[in-house]
Design a protein around this ligand. Structure first.
Ligand code: CTP
Length: 469
């Protein structure tokens, strides 16, 4: 391992612990990532004794100007050096209170520290003492689990997961990121302990969910979340999409698995996590709108509208960012059927103009979702749908070049309507504004100020208002 830690940070630590007859080790994710040849910027150092004191000495030796952040409550200290974040902690023995994540901490040995970690692959340590520099310390089969691609806890999984229930999500996230298998004992333990996830804050849950969302194939993680029962607790709206109903000999597709296919598809074309969220939630309104009739079979009328209305509650519950990220997801979900309808009908300029106006700069993202939404196994159908969307894209381009509605605002604003008819604040102002916008988008009047003004005067008078200027 020596060659992997041949770096001024580690050699400096080694020198200082040698001088002080102390022990220190690199531990956790950094060691795992060396062995997996993954890049890593976070170094965790554990020492037997005070982590804070060692951090101060090392930082001072590297460069006396380095700023150290000390977290006395946790007994940790960290600093940045050469683009790396180095955190120091004293080896600990921890036990947890059942109803909180707050550990009761006592000083301990390296092995005490290793066994209280989440997974064997995250409990590997490299010795930094000068006489044992680079020696791997692996008391819990971490190396062999890395080799066999297995997620396993160092202790009985019920203890490890109950101590810190976030680890149940971390197990699934690591399995997804590294394409590892969670060992059977752990899977069973997660199923048993799933309700303990409720003591974890939504922010930390969302953080793990986002890491799953950013994997190449997040369906892997979401299937595990579903299988262990965690999904029903943290995202019940998605769990509700699972299952197939049969009536009158007709069945609908399983919307949960369809959604996961769409999500995997979109991940090949975008790293935008919010577009990935839009893909995950695009059909979220289906369970609420599902109907069966003999004449039409299964329908989900208006699911895009109901789905987009469900987004704020989902985002609030998970403490995902509200405002523009949430609005974006709401918008994409709400509009996702529009290009489908356009592709099925004769594409009129006015329908294209309306879609461009409503989607604005997010039109390409919307079309990316529509492409990803094609999950048919029939290659002829796939080719046909993709071809239809190409047609819609061409039409979108043509209309945008001609009418520039993408970031367009109607030429008459509310203020002018108020002044023209001397109106108090009232609903009619919005109605007149909407009528002008609709007339332009539908091509009834031209897209310029004079035509809009004339139309405003006509509509206002039809509503019984007299122009005062
Ligand atoms: N750890 C743990 N239990 C947790 C979180 C972390 O035991 N709930 C331990 C693991 O040994 C882990 C180390 O603390 O390797 C560092 O945690 P963190 O930085 O969160 O994770 P990494 O393993 O470095 O991986 P990533 O950066 O991808 O989260």
């Amino acid at each position: 391992m020596k060659q992997h830690i041949d770096n001024i940070i580690f050699t400096t630590i080694s020198r200082i612990v040698g001088e002080n007859k102390q022990q220190a080790f690199v531990i956790g994710g950094y060691v795992r990532d060396i062995l997996l040849k993954r890049p890593s910027k976070d170094i965790d150092i554990v020492t037997v004794g005070s982590g804070i004191e060692l951090a101060k000495k090392v930082a001072n030796a590297l460069n006396p100007a380095i700023k150290i952040s000390v977290f006395r409550n946790f007994g940790t200290a960290m600093f940045r050096y050469n683009n790396l974040e180095v955190e120091f902690v004293g080896a600990r023995r921890e036990s947890y209170n059942r109803n909180s994540r707050k550990p009761i901490v006592e000083d301990g040995t390296l092995e005490d520290d290793q066994k209280r970690r989440d997974f064997t692959i995250n409990a590997l340590a490299i010795n930094l003492s000068p006489d044992k520099f680079g020696e791997l310390i692996d008391p819990f089969t971490g190396l062999s689990d890395l080799d066999s691609k297995i997620i396993r806890t160092p202790l009985d999984p019920d203890t490890t997961y109950s101590d810190d229930p976030l680890r149940m999500l971390r197990a699934i996230r690591f399995a997804n990121q590294l394409i590892f298998r969670i060992c059977d004992d752990s899977m069973e333990s997660i199923e048993r302990n799933k309700d303990r996830i409720k003591i974890i804050s939504s922010e930390r849950i969302a953080d793990e969910l986002n890491k799953i969302m950013l994997c190449d194939k997040p369906s892997f993680g979401f299937k595990l979340l579903q299988k262990t029962g965690l999904l029903a607790i943290i995202l019940p709206e998605l769990e509700a999409m699972k299952g197939i109903d049969i009536k009158g000999g007709q069945k609908h597709k399983d919307n949960f698995y369809h959604t996961l296919e769409v999500l995997d598809n979109i991940c090949k074309h975008t790293d935008n996590v919010w577009l990935r969220w839009a893909a995950l939630l695009h059909d979220i309104g289906k369970p609420k709108t599902k109907r069966y009739s003999e004449s039409l079979g299964w329908t989900f009328h208006g699911h895009e509208f109901i789905g987009s209305k469900m987004i704020p509650k989902i985002f609030r519950n998970l403490k995902l960012p509200l405002h523009d990220k949430m609005k974006y997801v709401e918008k994409i979900v709400g509009l996702h059927m529009r290009p489908i309808v356009l592709a099925q009908e004769i594409v009129t300029d006015s329908a294209v103009r309306r879609l461009l106006f409503e989607a604005g700069d997010d039109i390409e993202d919307l079309m990316t979702l529509c492409d990803a939404d094609i999950t048919s196994k029939n290659p002829d159908k796939v080719a046909k749908y993709l071809g239809n969307y190409q047609l819609v894209r061409r039409k979108l381009k043509e209309v945008e070049e001609k009418d520039h509605v993408r970031n367009w605002q109607p030429p008459i604003v509310g203020e002018e309507i108020i002044e023209t008819f001397n109106l108090p604040p009232c609903k009619a102002i919005g109605d007149i504004k909407a009528a002008i916008k609709d007339a332009i988008l539908d091509g009834e009047i031209e897209n310029n100020y004079n035509a809009a003004k004339e139309f405003m005067l006509k509509i206002g008078q039809e509503m019984g208002f007299k122009p005062v200027k």
